[in-house]
Write a protein that binds this ligand. Structure first.
Ligand SMILES: *[C@@H]1O[C@H](CO)[C@@H](O)[C@H](O)[C@H]1NC(C)=O
Ligand SMILES: *[C@@H]1O[C@H](CO)[C@@H](O)[C@H](O)[C@H]1NC(C)=O
Ligand SMILES: *[C@@H]1O[C@H](CO)[C@@H](O)[C@H](O)[C@H]1NC(C)=O
Ligand SMILES: *[C@@H]1O[C@H](CO)[C@@H](O)[C@H](O)[C@H]1NC(C)=O
Length: 352
């Protein structure tokens, strides 16, 4: 177990944008609100919702894990700074025990390398930690976050999505086209799934977002433009046939991370198509819930997760990069953000 020096500090001033102007194509869609806008150039990558309603956010352009409160837009504090561990970016995050999160950090330089050989799984225990009620840019609650290095996955190329499965977390490797399992207690890891369904195509890459609901693994393969599900064995290997649930429109509109709802529907973001779609459980219908190609509402979404309190269990929280990779309709870039969308759905039970 490695304990890292603890650095807590507030983020710089938040840039809160007005909601995007409504137009004919967005007015029939769900409205989107900005919860927290990050500094320009932030590649906001993933999120995990805590049982207390607060939300953890990762960025590939920073090794600072950030905590925000959607009930208090603009409030944020850094939970932990992995920069001291020589790491520069973060990707997947998932709760693997009550209020204890697995997170991925690597030496990732946006647009340059993919962090080969540096991706590390950490455990962040937030029991007894919350955002301060007084100043909303600090932590409170009596405890400090307890951070533990679980495993350096030396062979990994770009660890990306993360999902708990029994004693393990599963981690997708987008460039290698693999899913690893990491034993959160022992730190041992191994390749759990190696299948052509995970393999990358040249653009943009292979297996991306992953979620486990019960004993089913859902995953997006961004390069192959598909959402897939497969039953899992206890060791994280595939225990049955792969089912392609849906196809996205094309490479620039690829599925990234997603949320599964209580009916088995999949809420997925679609990269430069700038939409949030809901794919029905049987895959037959795919409905645009929010955003469009011209809109900054879902400005290049990266991940989605449902709220967990009585007040927001129907609210979907989405991370966006603001068009950093593909500007909105080829022209507009806005700061990456955490946004919220009211839906008719609830998150699947047991997703956390
Ligand atoms: C995180 O650590 C890096 C390197 O020491 C530093 O530049 C950055 O300001 C730190 N972030 C915070 C929020 O303290
Ligand atoms: C994945 O499977 C392919 C094809 O069988 C094989 O060539 C490759 O070595 C495997 N990779 C790993 C990491 O097991
Ligand atoms: C985007 O906006 C332009 C200019 O208003 C319009 O001509 C075009 O049809 C819109 N495209 C889509 C896909 O909504
Ligand atoms: C692109 O999108 C922006 C932001 O929504 C809009 O103001 C602009 O008219 C659009 N331009 C084109 C060429 O569609």
């Amino acid at each position: 177990m490695v304990r890292l020096p603890l650095i807590l500090a507030a983020l710089g001033a938040a840039l809160v944008l007005p909601a995007a102007a409504a137009d004919a194509t967005t007015s029939a869609l769900a409205s989107v609100s900005t919860v927290y806008s990050f500094p320009s150039g932030s590649f906001v990558e993933n999120l995990a919702v805590r049982a207390n309603g607060e939300i953890l956010v990762t960025r590939t352009t920073s090794a600072e894990l950030v905590l925000v409160d959607p009930r208090r837009p603009g409030c944020a504090a850094v939970v932990y700074n992995f920069t001291a561990a020589g790491l520069s970016g973060m990707t997947g995050i998932a709760e693997y025990a009550p209020d204890v999160f697995a997170v991925l950090a690597g030496d990732y330089h946006f647009g340059k390398s993919v962090g080969v050989g540096s991706w590390t799984v950490f455990s962040v225990d937030l029991r007894g930690v919350r955002l301060s009620k007084v100043g909303c840019r600090a932590l409170a609650g009596g405890n400090l976050p307890r951070v533990r290095k679980v495993a350096l996955v030396k062979e990994s190329q770009l660890l990306n999505g993360l999902a708990p499965h029994g004693r393990y977390v599963l981690a997708s490797d987008t460039f290698a086209g693999l899913v690893y399992r990491v034993d959160m207690a022992e730190g041992a890891y191994a390749v759990a799934i190696n299948s052509t369904y995970l393999s990358k195509l040249a653009t943009p890459h292979g297996v991306n977002g992953i979620r486990v609901v019960g004993d089913t693994l859902y995953f997006a393969n961004s390069g192959q433009s598909i959402l897939v599900k497969v039953p899992l064995a206890a060791d994280g290997s595939a225990a049955g046939p792969y089912t392609v649930v849906a196809h996205n429109e094309g490479p620039a509109a690829h599925y990234d991370d997603f949320a599964v709802d209580a009916e088995g529907g999949i809420y997925a973001v679609t990269a430069s198509a700038n939409t949030l779609v809901r794919v029905s459980a049987d895959g037959r219908t795919q409905t645009v819930v929010a955003g469009n190609w011209n809109s900054t509402d879902i400005a290049e979404g990266t991940s989605a997760a449902f709220g967990r309190t009585a007040c927001d269990s129907h609210v979907l929280y989405v991370t966006t990069v603001g068009g950093l990779l593909g500007p909105i309709n080829g022209t507009v870039i806005i700061p990456g953000a955490l946004v919220s969308i009211e839906t008719d759905s609830r998150g699947a039970a047991g997703l956390y």
